[in-house]
Design a protein around this ligand. Structure first.
Ligand SMILES: NC(=O)c1ccc[n+]([C@@H]2O[C@H](COP(=O)([O-])OP(=O)(O)OC[C@H]3O[C@@H](n4cnc5c(N)ncnc54)[C@H](OP(=O)(O)O)[C@@H]3O)[C@@H](O)[C@H]2O)c1
Length: 268
């Protein structure tokens, strides 16, 4: 299978790495077109993939085309391709906020998969949520699933509204979690730990807690109760988090991200 990438940035490279690590297709059958020639050179050097001189050349060499460009460069990148895709070429888009309908119009093509991946895909621990246009076949869905499995977990959803919702949770989620990690490290430094030790304590606590929650059948709230002795130290800390409105803050952030994702979809 020949897979072509329009855009070889952070996410494009993560998908290339995933595909090669699981041997989905040989490196010579991966094509990249990126206006940034330095990125092309670096990708060729690192992964020995093929470079297309432009997006039209990429189209001629690909069975599956992955759009991994920023939303603001979409029209410029794909307008020369409008009406030029064959009835068998599948388009996978990871562009945030761009609906299947608008992509289908931009390309005059009806085999489209819309995906919301996230950055942990760079280490094979990503979360991708995806849906397809009506005409995408079972075989093409299996191809998509194969590619996404190389990036971590994937969930297919029937209704496209879940893509905007996933943007607000798994898409933007890594940024929320990183902000929490950063704040927690700063707090540990504030009470006297060196930055190195603070980072180790916080990251291992995050990692261990997430693994515990994943591997346990016990409800999340019950797991938390188990570390909260009556009148104890943890109860004191939790009270301060609740007093600061942590639940409402996280909910408000998620709702605001969802609204932004929906508005991006409307303007495209
Ligand atoms: N990063 C995330 O967390 C994340 C998560 C989910 C979804 N996404 C989506 O993934 C997409 C890609 O994000 P990214 O972080 O990988 O972006 P990125 O690192 O900026 O990569 C995009 C690449 O496309 C190139 N490009 C621009 N115009 C082009 C054109 N006309 N033809 C070919 N290449 C072109 C860019 O070159 P220049 O640098 O020279 O502009 C850049 O190398 C975005 O739409 C984003 O919404 C990202």
């Amino acid at each position: 299978m020949r897979i072509g990438f329009i855009g070889g940035g952070v996410m494009g490279e993560a998908i290339i790495r995933g595909i090669l690590s699981k041997g989905i297709t040989p490196s010579r059958d991966i094509f990249v077109s990126d206006i940034n020639t330095q990125k092309c050179d670096s990708l060729k050097k690192k992964y020995d993939i093929s470079i297309a001189q432009n997006n039209q050349e990429l189209l001629n060499n690909s069975d599956t085309i992955i759009l991994a460009i920023k939303p603001q460069t979409l029209t410029e990148a794909v307008s020369p391709l409008k009406g030029r895709l064959s009835s068998r070429q599948l388009v996978l888009s990871i562009i945030a906020g761009v609906t299947i309908k608008s992509l289908a119009e931009e390309l005059n093509h009806d085999l489209i998969v819309r995906i919301m991946p996230n950055t942990p895909a760079q280490i094979g621990e990503g979360m991708s949520v995806w849906t397809t246009s009506k005409k995408v076949s079972q075989e093409q869905m299996a191809t998509t699933r194969n590619i996404l499995n190389t990036l971590g977990k994937e969930i297919y959803v029937k209704d496209e509204k879940f893509l905007d919702m996933a943007t607000a949770v798994s898409g933007s989620g890594p940024a929320y979690i990183l902000l929490i990690i950063e704040s927690f490290i700063d707090a540990a430094v504030h009470i006297g730990f060196s930055r190195d030790i603070a980072k180790t304590l916080v990251l291992q606590t995050m990692l261990g807690t997430v693994k515990l929650a994943c591997e346990s059948d016990i409800h999340i709230a019950e797991l938390r109760n188990m570390v909260t002795s009556p009148g104890g130290t943890t109860a004191e800390g939790l009270f301060k988090l609740e007093e600061g409105g942590i639940r409402a803050i996280i909910s408000n952030a998620t709702i605001a991200t969802l609204e932004k994702a929906k508005s991006l979809g409307q303007t495209k």
